[in-house]
Ligand binder design. Structure first.
Ligand code: HEM
Length: 119
């Protein structure tokens, strides 16, 4: 079970990499647009994250930090809302507001930072 949990964690990290990688490609040298790949990355990180939020496959005595997990879930929902707002603007032919675009990358990094720094 521990190995399976590590595989789900690996999938979770792939989701983060896909989301942040797609965003970084747009941010630095791209057109600063919202892309479908960002949605896929968020979905992968979200589904795997929810699976990791349940207490299974953990070493004896390991306690999950549910406050941290709750905060990460809220941040994920905000990223999802920003992706929705940004792509709706794009569909109307308008530019993605800079605050919306930059917050997506910052909040993705925030969630990764929370995961590794807040124990
Ligand atoms: C953009 C969204 C997210 C990003 C970038 C992200 C990033 C990460 C990273 C980098 C890790 C590895 C940390 C480590 O192994 O020490 C991790 C672990 C984890 N994440 Fe996420 N995450 C996101 C969303 C979520 C969501 C929505 C949930 C749950 C509702 C979640 C639950 C977890 C759990 C339970 C772990 C394992 C932590 C532990 O064993 O202490 N994550 N996340």
């Amino acid at each position: 079970m521990e190995t399976l949990r590590h595989i789900v964690l690996f999938v979770h990290l792939i989701g983060f990499a896909v989301l942040f990688g797609a965003w970084a490609a747009q941010a630095f040298g791209g057109k600063r647009q919202i892309t479908k790949i960002m949605d896929y990355g968020l979905a992968i990180a979200g589904v795997a994250g929810l699976a990791l939020a349940a207490p299974w496959g953990l070493p004896d005595g390991y306690e999950l930090n549910y406050v941290k997990i709750g905060v990460k879930l809220v941040v994920l929902l905000i990223i999802g809302a920003l992706l929705g707002i940004g792509s709706a603007r794009q569909k109307r032919g308008a530019a993605v507001p800079p605050a919306v675009f930059w917050l997506i990358g910052i909040l993705a990094l925030l969630n990764a930072g929370l995961a590794v720094i807040w124990r």
